[in-house]
Design a protein around this ligand. Structure first.
Ligand code: 2AM
Ligand code: CA
Length: 265
């Protein structure tokens, strides 16, 4: 039997230690490499942080499985037993260029069910946490349930790239949405954008392509406060697959889906 209280304490201790190491790394020169393309960055801190977590987890919970962005995790095809889904630094481009607006993201699944979610905004020292069925918190202050908001009053996060002509979505779909909402924002870290939707700082967030480690924790968090989490077609996400993502307050999510995303051109 898993002692969830003890596990939660361990995660918090490890996140604080990893966060402190990342903050200390600002004083030293980073080793920056590229992955799939010249804008897909990884640093030695991404790798060292994931390695730090996988070592801790393997020593303490040898029977748990781990999925991590930088490849220190395990190879598996399905969610069974307890699975940790880890992004050591979500928003690496921000980490490299701005030293802010990046986060450690950890989602813990019990079988197929999202159980615990942690998003740690390292620079602002804000820990967002969700415990399925027991609420979501920001630095131990309980987050209220999300209330519907009209499109005209909504702040929606999206990357400007998605409004240009591109393969995944026609600009004539997104341009009217951008025009109708109160404002748009782009923080460049999916985990932070999801934490902001959960805490009401944003009303919705959409993106064309995310990996499981980008949304594992945030999905649990948003659902815990009554927000809706789907892909851009309105279909449920598979926690182990790459996917588009559309999250938002109840009501607003449905309205944007029906009136904008599924609108026939
Ligand atoms: P990362 O910094 O951990 O790579 C930036 O818009 C957001 O999208 C970040 O959360 C970033 O995560 C993620 N991201 C960037 N490129 C991606 C890709 N090719 N696949 C999945 N997620 C990506
Ligand atoms: Ca990352």
């Amino acid at each position: 039997m898993t002692n969830w209280t003890e596990l939660d304490q361990n995660v918090r201790t490890w996140i604080q230690e990893a966060g402190e190491r990342i903050r200390q790394s600002f004083k030293t020169e980073l080793n920056i490499k590229t992955k799939s393309n010249r804008n897909d960055l990884v640093t030695d801190m991404d790798e060292a942080t994931e390695h730090f977590f996988t070592e801790k987890i393997r020593n303490t919970y040898p029977d748990h499985q781990i999925l991590g962005e930088e490849g220190y995790g395990d190879d598996f095809k399905e969610l069974s037993g307890i699975t940790w889904i880890i992004d050591p630094i979500d928003g690496t481009m921000n980490f490299v260029h701005q030293q802010r607006n990046f986060a450690i993201s950890i989602g813990i699944y019990d079988g197929e069910e999202g159980k615990l979610g942690y998003i740690y905004d390292v620079v602002h020292d804000e820990l967002y946490f969700a415990n399925k069925g027991h609420g979501a918190y920001m630095n131990d202050v309980k987050l209220p349930g999300l209330e519907p908001v009209p499109v005209q009053d909504a702040i929606v996060a999206l990357n400007a790239l998605w409004v240009t002509e591109n393969k995944r979505i026609d600009r004539t779909i997104l341009a009217p949405l951008v025009k109708d909402v109160r404002g748009t924002r782009s923080y460049g870290s999916a985990a932070i954008e999801l934490a902001y939707v959960a805490s009401g700082r944003l009303d919705a967030y959409l993106t064309m392509r995310l990996a499981p480690w980008d949304f594992a924790a945030g999905k649990i968090m948003i659902e815990e406060v009554g927000g809706i989490v789907t892909d851009l077609n309105g279909d449920p996400l598979n926690p182990l697959n790459k996917s588009s993502l559309f999250v938002g307050k109840p009501g607003l999510h449905q309205t944007i889906l029906t009136d904008y995303l599924k609108r026939k051109i």
